[in-house]
Design a protein around this ligand. Structure first.
Ligand SMILES: *[C@@H]1O[C@H](CO)[C@@H](O)[C@H](O)[C@H]1NC(C)=O
Ligand SMILES: *[C@@H]1O[C@H](CO)[C@@H](O)[C@H](O)[C@H]1NC(C)=O
Length: 504
């Protein structure tokens, strides 16, 4: 979150381009303030699901002259002709490669995050645009970033937040684009990662007449309430990258932690090892759920962001006792290190304040948790197959669903969430989408691949590629020195296939 704040302030500086030196000084102040503010307000909050990916690293925030921001008036409800209300949807575009009449348009589909210009300045879609003389666009998803139908995200106001409306936004946007003489003859290709990869596949399925194809990176296209598979992959990622020594240290650390909860002396050493601000409420399963999340969400964040070498480095640190002495201290130290907990600070583990945050803040996190309650589930529960995370039984469906009830509506109970997920699976076909001309890319160590189609093509002409050692949305980035040949091949395959769609 802090990172996004910094990004935004640099961009507005560049956009206005006035008194930039002075403005940069103010921006620096804002960044510093943001960091300070975050140390007491924002930083301790751990958001378990929402994907926030940083744009490609080769992109420099201060050279984004060629990316412009624009807005389009969008119906709030595409499915009720009597409702004429509109909101302003934000998008960004980069025209540097456009070859004129008949040249293609590439749309990067926004998901549960703020759009930022860096994604139109580097990465695989940027290369595709360069190679095919394409115009690039990045659309923001309704209810995220600055594309807000309502300022106050009450549960009532969230009722127009669903993927059906978001796909219709995209259709309306593309129809509007095609009215512009400049793009009237342009073929359109979508690219999207994570939840936005679902959107690419579902858009191509529902609106096949509007786009010639789509690249879907790491799409978990099947909704699931009790998503044990997620932490199973986190386990196997550490196992395949770091080996059995690493797994056994993590297992000892977590086992020791759970055992420590049973005695007074154990509890004291646990609170010290994990640097907790105050004792845990050991008789509250939901407080233990948040504490379990501190552990599991830290390991899963490392895995989701991993490039080849990342997990090996963490495992080497475990082997060399870099994070602490006992296995439990090692886990606590790893979490503090990977989440940048300042030396004089501590973790405040408290279910009430965890829920309060979702209940009261009008931000991306509240919007996305709402979508998990009403569309996808995706609850990362404790596995039951012998992984290092099996013992964290407080990561349960009742724990995750209680947030739905408390933050949005008491009627959002397990039956409600389960029906909601079933609806989405029925409407979009879950693991059997009927979709032509798409590329479906997964990383074998990405925990989300467990809810995607990763072991077969979607159909002829809609190939699937699952890449060993690769993680979440790896292909969207630019080339990195740590990439394996298989990763680079997958990116090139996507570029070649898109070029073929355009040639047909
Ligand atoms: C949003 O609406 C709720 C319910 O009407 C109200 O209690 C709350 O103060 C509002 N929040 C903001 C930030 O306006
Ligand atoms: C996919 O393409 C095939 C062959 O061109 C066509 O027969 C079929 O109707 C298409 N399916 C969809 C869902 O568009």
């Amino acid at each position: 979150m802090t990172y996004e704040l910094c990004m935004k302030s640099f961009q507005s500086c560049k956009a206005t381009n006035v008194y930039c030196g002075l403005v940069i000084m103010i921006k620096l102040c804002i960044v510093v303030c943001a960091i300070f503010a975050s140390t007491w307000a924002e930083r301790r909050f751990i958001d378990p699901f929402r994907t926030v990916f940083d744009p490609p690293t080769e992109f420099q925030p201060l050279t984004t002259d060629d990316v412009k921001t624009a807005w389009i008036d969008m119906p709030i409800d595409h499915f009720d002709p009597q409702n004429r209300d509109t909101y302003r949807m934000r998008y960004m575009y980069n025209d540097e490669f456009f070859g004129g009449n008949g040249s293609p348009v590439f749309i990067l589909v926004g998901g549960e995050w703020d759009i930022v210009p860096g994604w139109l300045r580097a990465g695989n879609m940027y290369l595709i645009a360069q190679e095919n003389r394409g115009h690039q666009i990045y659309t923001e998803h309704r209810y995220y970033g600055e594309s807000l139908p309502y300022q106050n995200l009450t549960t009532e106001n969230l009722r127009f937040l669903n993927v059906d409306q978001a796909l219709a936004d995209l259709a309306y946007f593309i129809e509007d684009l095609k009215q512009t003489p400049r793009f009237a003859n342009s073929k359109i290709v979508l690219y999207g990662g994570s939840y936005a990869a679902n959107m690419v596949l579902w858009f191509k399925q529902r609106y096949p007449h509007l786009v010639v194809g789509g690249v879907a990176s790491s799409g978990p296209i099947k909704g699931q309430v009790d998503f044990t598979g997620y932490l199973e992959v986190v386990h196997s990622a550490f196992s395949s990258e770091g080996g059995s020594g690493c797994i056994s240290t993590i297992r000892q650390g977590i086992t020791e932690t759970i055992a420590a909860m049973r005695t007074a002396a154990g509890r004291q050493s646990l609170e010290k090892a994990y640097r907790l601000c105050s004792p845990l409420k050991y008789d509250s399963p939901f407080d233990l759920g948040v504490f379990s999340g501190l552990i599991s969400w830290s390991f899963s964040t490392s895995v989701q962001q991993a490039r080849p070498g990342t997990l090996i480095a963490i495992c080497n640190n475990f082997a060399n006792n870099v994070y602490g002495t006992t296995p439990m201290e090692q886990i606590g130290g790893y979490i503090a290190s990977t989440r940048n907990l300042p030396a004089d600070d501590c973790w405040d583990i408290d279910y009430e304040s965890y829920v309060e945050r979702y209940r009261t803040r009008n931000d991306n996190s509240r919007a996305w948790y709402y979508q998990t309650c009403t569309e996808y589930g995706y609850y990362q529960t404790a596995p039951r197959v012998g992984t290092v995370f099996d013992g964290l039984v407080w990561l349960s469906v009742p724990f995750y669903v209680d947030v739905c009830k408390q933050a949005y509506d008491p009627k959002f109970d397990e039956a409600f969430v389960s029906d909601a997920v079933e609806r989405v699976n029925l409407v979009f076909g879950a693991l059997q989408p009927d979709v032509n001309s798409t590329i479906n890319i997964h990383g074998a160590i990405d925990p989300w691949h467990a809810l995607g189609v990763h072991d077969r093509d979607l159909k002829e002409g809609s190939p699937t590629i699952t890449v060993p050692r690769a993680s979440h949305c790896f292909d969207m980035q630019g080339w990195r020195v740590s990439d394996t040949i298989a990763m680079t091949n997958a990116q090139q395959f996507a570029r070649r296939t898109v070029a073929q769609w355009l040639a047909d």
